[in-house]
Design a protein around this ligand. Structure first.
Ligand code: IVH
Length: 715
């Protein structure tokens, strides 16, 4: 909904009260600049904001209001004069070809109208003005430089002039082409600067936080911080593991598009993903309509958008309008009000998860928030509650972190009743009464009972979930019913369920029972990777399951693997190895696996269907050197899965050499023989069905090939 002015007053430029002296205002401005710098550092460098975007905006708006009164007193380095952003130590710096601008913000219909008015007043009278409306993706801006069609450099915005060189990390993002797709007959642009937003989907964000909690690491506050933290990683292997995506919205090259519309179309043509929803608007009303529609739609999107961006469509008009300091005059961001609500914290309850972690949750007086009624919110862990000094009986402000999970933001201390009760973590597990313990260096308390009933229940819910065995219709409610009726105790019991048993459950008709049985049957084909993830072995996430399945191929082989063997696999490491061996050493777990096997579950890695038109089908490939993210055996298996022959030595018959770091004589030989040499990124791209580079434009083997691209040289 578009907010009326009165609703957004707290986020708007703070009005100056009468009687405030110049001296006190200037002092306040100084204080604000310090605060803003502190928060920018938290946000941009540490990826750990202490305040919400709205609170940050309120600070800068207040500062702007004061500076507008005394423009002569604004220091040149005021945060209002340059994009907030820093280059973090550890990255090399890249100067942007064209400065990377930020965007001014508006918060309501009236301010949007003012923007439209100003644009029209600055253009020649009678100019036909149209706008492109796009969602404002909540991620971080990135500039990608393509030379002769090849991605050679990627940089974050940094301070707008100079950014961080994140090329290697960006190469691991699947939606960013390593090479532009250029339609036949069209010339490959010599130089192109593509800009857009690197973001993390909500699902990937939730998964990442789950893994971090499990590993005793701090959670990311929202997908934006998670994306920034993942892209600005000194170890690209870490970036590669976290799924990041990219939406492109800007392109600059020798041949300029005439409009923003054309720019988006060109980006699509070159193989980029552009924002899913955008439109052309001719009037203020059209603009507001898109903003309203997008507000309705954005909750259902797989990623966060925190507003909409209006951009003057015609590039000649953009140029005429120019920029003020860090913001273009031809574009503006409409920010949706942050969804927050005030309510009473009635109680704090403890939930026990499938790994035995105790998570405190707030029981709230039900309140409306972003279109739904919220009565629970996460409190993360003991430290979170103590830091925010949250007490039972307090009035709290909640919001939706990542627009999905409600979270307690802060306490309204003035409203604290005398009877408010500070939180104490229970000493015993609320599910089974066993002692709880907190390991040094971890934020989480865990139940020490290996047979805690919560583990069974949450383990079953996890087993049946989408990313695991994907048993449709077998969500938490059904699992709880099955447990209450004592029809199942562990995952193997699911496969012995009979229709008559299901029919005894409440609200379970014949049709649902049939569907459930069909879904259970179908899940038997999920394959070893999903099954390993589903079993809930500590530290084995979806990726771990896949790595193990790829390496061992069968459950039997994995069950008999030693710790040393496991720890030797890249990306597995000692902790996971130990955890796997311990799990299989438990006779109860072995029995479970045996029962699942008898029930007919596939205990092998699903063979990928071999597609004869795959670029690697029938090709002879040699792997050499250390690859940045994959271990060699995994990479070889991946190639074999699509029909490649893997060989140990390079000859004239070799089709591809996949070379990593410190590739020695094999790489030399390949270059001498003129064999195509590719790096891991290209290998993965082709593996995923990407097109093979056309010989005439691809750098040749003699020049060091794609390999050189990684070293940031012109291919
Ligand atoms: S255009 C000169 N379009 O919002 C134009 N920015 O608050 C500059 N953003 O730095 C950017 N979605 O990181 C543009 N569709 C979109 C956007 C977008 C998200 C980000 C971008 C920018 C920030 C400004």
């Amino acid at each position: 909904m578009i907010m009326e002015e009165k609703d957004t007053i707290q986020y708007k430029a703070a009005e100056l009260k009468e009687g405030e002296s110049k001296e006190s205002l200037l002092r306040e401005a100084d204080g604000l600049r310090m605060q803003i710098r502190h928060h920018e550092y938290q946000y941009y460098v540490l990826d750990a904001p202490e305040i919400s975007d709205a609170e940050y905006d309120a600070l800068t708006n207040r500062l702007r209001a004061i500076e507008a009164l005394y423009p002569g007193e604004v220091p040149p380095d005021s945060p209002t004069r340059r994009p907030g952003g820093y280059v973090a130590p550890g990255f090399t710096q890249v100067k942007h070809m064209v400065p990377m601008l930020s965007l001014g913000n508006v918060y309501n219909a009236e301010e949007m109208g003012d923007f439209d008015q100003r644009v029209r007043s600055l253009l020649p009278p009678g100019t036909d003005v149209s706008y492109v409306l796009e969602p404002k993706i909540d991620g971080l801006a990135c500039s990608l430089i393509y030379e002769n069609g090849w991605l050679v450099r990627a940089a974050t915005r940094g301070d707008g002039e100079v950014g961080e060189n994140v090329t290697t990390n960006v190469r691991t993002i699947k939606s960013i082409p390593q090479r532009l797709k250029v339609p036949e007959g069209e010339e490959v642009p010599e130089l192109l600067d593509v800009r857009g937003e690197v973001y993390m989907s909500r699902a990937a964000f939730l998964r990442l936080n789950e893994e971090r909690t499990e590993a005793g690491e701090a959670e990311f506050a929202n997908p934006r911080n998670a994306a920034a933290g993942s892209l600005r990683q000194l170890d690209p292997a870490v970036t590669a593991r976290r799924s990041l995506s990219f939406f492109a919205y800007y392109l600059k090259g020798p041949e300029e598009p005439e409009t923003q519309e054309e720019c988006l179309r060109n980006l699509e043509k070159y193989g980029f993903t552009t924002p899913e929803h955008w439109c052309v608007a001719h009037t203020k009303e059209d603009i507001l309509k898109f903003i309203e529609e997008h507000d309705q739609r954005r909750r259902e999107l797989a990623y966060d958008t925190d507003g909409a961006v209006a951009k003057v469509n015609a590039v000649w008009q953009q140029k005429l309008l120019g920029a003020t300091g860090k913001d273009p005059r031809w574009a503006i961001a409409y920010k949706y009000p942050p969804e927050q609500a005030r309510t009473k914290l009635e109680d704090i309850v403890i939930q026990v998860g499938r790994t035995g972690v105790l998570t405190p949750a707030a029981v709230l007086t039900p309140v409306k928030l972003s279109g739904s009624t919220v009565s629970r919110a996460t409190l993360h862990n003991e430290d979170f509650i103590l830091e925010k000094d949250i007490r039972i009986g307090d009035t709290v402000i909640i919001n939706k972190a990542a627009e999905i999970i409600p979270e307690v933001l802060s306490v309204v201390k003035e409203l604290r009743p005398e009877t408010a009760v500070p939180f104490v973590m229970p000493k015993e597990c609320p599910e089974c009464g066993w002692a709880v313990a907190r390991k040094e260096g971890e934020a989480a308390y865990r139940c020490t009972n290996p047979h805690c009933p919560a583990l069974g229940r949450e383990g079953l819910i996890h087993f049946a979930s989408r990313d695991a065995m994907d048993i449709e219709g077998c969500g938490p409610a059904v699992i709880n019913q099955l447990l209450d009726a004592e029809l199942v105790k562990n995952p193997a019991d699911l496969y012995e369920l009979k229709e008559e048993q299901l029919l005894t459950l409440e609200r379970m008709g014949k049709k649902s029972a049939d569907n459930l049985l069909k879904a259970i049957e179908k899940s038997k084909q999920q394959g070893l990777d999903k099954l390993l993830f589903a079993l809930g072995i500590r530290h084995i996430g979806a990726k771990g399951g896949r790595l193990l399945a790829l390496h061992f191929k069968t459950m039997d082989a994995l069950m008999n693997a030693t710790t040393e063997e496991l720890a030797g696999i890249k990306d597995i490491g000692a902790v996971i190895a130990e955890s796997v061996v311990t799990w299989f050493a438990n006779p109860l777990n072995r029995e479970l696996v045996e029962r699942l096997q008898k029930a007919g579950l596939t205990m092998e890695m699903q063979a990928l269907t071999v597609n004869e038109s795959h670029p690697f089908f029938g090709k002879t490939m040699v792997f050499t050197g250390t690859l940045p993210t994959l271990d060699r055996a995994t990479a070889q298996t991946m190639a074999q899965d699509v029909g490649a022959k893997v060989s140990g030595s390079v000859s004239k018959k070799t089709d591809y050499v996949v070379a990593g770091e410190e590739a020695g004589s094999k790489l030399d030989k390949a270059q001498k023989l003129g064999v195509t040499v590719i790096d891991e990124a290209e290998f993965l791209r082709l593996l995923g069905g990407g097109e093979v580079a056309d010989e005439s434009t691809a750098p040749s083997a003699e020049e060091g090939n794609l390999f050189a691209g990684l070293a940031e040289e012109k291919p």
